[in-house]
Design a protein around this ligand. Structure first.
Ligand SMILES: [Zn+2]
Length: 308
């Protein structure tokens, strides 16, 4: 009798500790899909923003490191492709689905970002217009500042040379105030990050210095400045796009921002302007969720108020 009670107690304690463990465990990372874009460039899809993998003679450059928990799966996927070590990580911007895996990389990697992104990564402020699950967390603070930016640039930086040359550009505020545009000249390839994430209205993250009003001009500068590229890796689209898509995106965002500006000039509320928005027919394949349109309209209205 005593013994069975004891066993029951043990079993329920075990069950309890198991359920606590299950509750505390982060969800299992999804498998990553590696798409070969060039002989020495892969795009890893899944687990957050798209990750670029550029394989050089002596080391690998990784662009963006996805959500928390995806650093290790990224490193495992790269091992399937090449035995070379990761030597450089470039983050296109500060968002958690592009930088969080940094903390799982060796502390020896060189981390490169635009200078405003380096400052934003120290804060990891919540993203404008995205729902918050509980209080904001700062993954870098939780990991002793591991793999925050070690080198930064303002408008321009060149890494490497010859076939391994990488050109980094900053063209102004858009998705954030630190969006890096990364060009691989020998590959005729551009990685755009979330400045061009989807064929949708972009997140205009005012909390991290992003701008609605400036967004179209920044896209126009990128399109006009980046030459000799035929393939674009976007922030989240599952397949690469082209410069023609970037040009169309610039026109789409310009149309969207102009719509919001005209609504405000006509005295419409944010709610009414957002509710009345419809993607113009000429932008094929574009969608606009209400949950994205309204915070964007708000950001544009706020900027217009500030400029008065
Ligand atoms: Zn983003």
């Amino acid at each position: 009798m005593k013994r069975s009670l004891f066993l029951t107690g043990l079993l329920s304690a075990a069950a309890l500790s198991m359920s606590v463990a299950a509750y505390q465990q982060p969800p299992q990372p999804q498998p990553l899909e590696a798409q070969k874009v060039r002989d020495n460039f892969y795009m890893l899809v899944g687990g957050g923003g798209n990750t670029g993998v550029f394989i050089g003679a002596n080391g690998v450059t990784v662009i963006d490191t996805k959500n928390p928990g995806y650093g290790t799966p990224i490193l495992a996927k790269i091992k399937e492709i090449t035995p070379k070590p990761v030597t450089i990580v470039i983050n296109t911007h500060t968002h958690g689905d592009h930088v969080s895996g940094n903390v799982e990389f060796p502390a020896t990697v060189d981390v490169v970002t635009q200078e405003n992104t380096a400052a934003n990564m120290k804060k990891m402020a919540p993203v404008t217009g995205l729902p918050q699950n509980g209080p904001p967390t700062n993954i870098f603070e939780q990991n002793g500042g591991r793999n925050l930016a070690k080198r930064t640039f303002k408008d321009r930086m060149t890494i490497g040379n010859g076939a391994e040359r990488i050109e980094l550009y900053y063209f102004g505020r858009a998705h954030t105030n630190g969006d890096a545009w990364i060009v691989f000249p020998a590959l005729r390839l551009l990685q755009a990050g979330d400045a061009f994430a989807f064929k949708q209205p972009p997140i205009m993250d005012a909390n991290n210095g992003g701008s609605g009003v400036d967004y179209p001009e920044t896209l126009a500068k990128a399109y006009a400045s980046i030459k000799n590229v035929d393939t674009i890796i976007n922030g989240h689209m599952p397949a690469p796009t082209t410069p023609a898509d970037l040009k169309e995106y610039e026109e789409y965002v310009r149309d969207f921002v102009t719509y919001a500006q005209n609504q405000k000039k006509a005295g419409k509320s944010v709610d009414d302007a957002a509710a009345g928005y419809k993607v113009p027919d000429r932008f094929k394949g574009y969608t606009a969720a209400a949950a994205r349109v309204k915070p964007d309209v708000q950001v544009i209205y706020d900027e217009m108020d500030k400029k008065k």
